[in-house]
Design a protein around this ligand. Structure first.
Ligand SMILES: Cc1cc2nc3c(=O)[nH]c(=O)nc-3n(C[C@H](O)[C@H](O)[C@H](O)COP(=O)(O)O)c2cc1C
Length: 305
């Protein structure tokens, strides 16, 4: 099946510009999500189960879909049918926004990497909540845990970021098995400053105060470009605020792998990120029992292991 994908599907997608390939894939999977026969066909790819219980949730297998592919939550039944052990949608912002001007995704096939500066293009918390409610009512809700990743709207000043996160949190929490606070995307100016000890503590305590009735696990997604000292501080703050897990990591600003002259502004993901993100995963696991969701450069079974 992997061979069939490599021979027939990937060359087709790689012939398109990266964002068109993305939209084409999402449109196909979104359409498939409404058709029982299509979902049963996708089910064919489902891996064997390898269940794990982490932060109170049952994951049928440890490979999940990272944020950014299905930002608007339009294809949940298809991701479920394909066999992902969990699905993370978003980043969702309080206000709908179109993101940065195109082109804003760049493919580097030889490096097995992408650079993106999408800038949280998404339908906004209200529309996405309505879409999720409709899906719930349709009976096609996925069996696997759903994470909803939230971030700050571009138009909201950094000083008012907490209000923005709280808005999305209140609107979306009833649909989420866990909520991810994204404080690490490089494409929203100033967002990464929310990883600083003062700002992160403030954000976490505001979310905690709103997360009292049927509380949802809160997960923090961090950047790979942190110093050891910054990472230590973040882990301590997460521990003392009852954070359920840390996602390590988001995309990197370190573009060493891209040939000079071809570089683009944005966050780099894929193969060249693996070592950096895995170093952070190891550092967190060495000093804390907080669960880590690893993200960065998982290209095949070996790199996942
Ligand atoms: C096109 C694209 C869009 C992304 N959008 C988001 C996003 O909206 N929110 C987020 O937290 N991470 C986003 N990411 C980061 C991914 O979730 C992931 O953490 C990162 O790409 C590293 O994993 P990878 O090397 O397997 O791609 C995006 C990545 C890509 C390539």
């Amino acid at each position: 099946m992997k061979k069939a994908y490599e021979v027939f599907v990937r060359p087709l997608l790689f012939a398109l510009d990266p964002e068109t390939a993305h939209q084409f894939t999402i449109a196909g999977l979104s359409a498939a999500s409404n058709v029982g026969f299509a979902l049963r066909t996708l089910n064919f790819f489902r891996p064997r189960t390898q269940p794990k219980r982490v932060f109170g949730l049952n994951f049928p297998n440890p490979i999940g879909l990272a944020a950014g592919l299905d930002k608007n939550g339009v294809a949940l039944p298809a991701w479920n049918a394909l066999g992902f052990g969990f699905i993370e949608i978003g980043t969702v912002t309080a206000k709908a926004q179109s993101g940065n001007p195109k082109p804003r995704i760049f493919r580097f096939s030889e490096q097995r990497a992408l650079i993106n500066r999408l800038g949280f293009n998404n339908d906004g918390a209200d529309i996405i909540a309505r879409r999720l409610k409709k899906l719930q009512d349709s009976g096609r809700w996925p069996e696997v845990p759903l994470g909803i990743n939230i971030g700050k709207s571009m138009a909201t000043p950094l000083t008012e970021a907490i209000g923005d996160y709280l808005y999305s949190f209140r609107v979306l929490r009833e649909f989420a098995d866990y909520i991810v606070l994204n404080v690490s995307s490089p494409n929203t100016p100033g967002l990464r400053e929310l990883q600083s000890p003062g700002a992160l503590s403030e954000l976490l305590s505001a979310i905690r105060a709103t997360n009292l009735i049927t509380p949802k696990p809160i997960v923090v997604k961090i950047a790979p470009d942190l110093t050891t000292e910054e990472l230590e501080q973040i882990v301590s703050i997460c521990e003392s605020n009852g954070v359920a897990a840390i996602i390590a990591t988001n995309t990197t600003l370190d573009h060493w792998s891209i040939p000079t002259g071809r570089d683009e502004q944005g966050g780099l993901s894929g193969g060249p990120l693996r070592e950096k993100s895995t170093t952070l995963v190891r550092r967190i696991a060495a000093r804390s029992t907080i669960p880590v969701i690893a993200s960065g450069g998982i290209m095949d079974g070996d790199s996942a292991r």
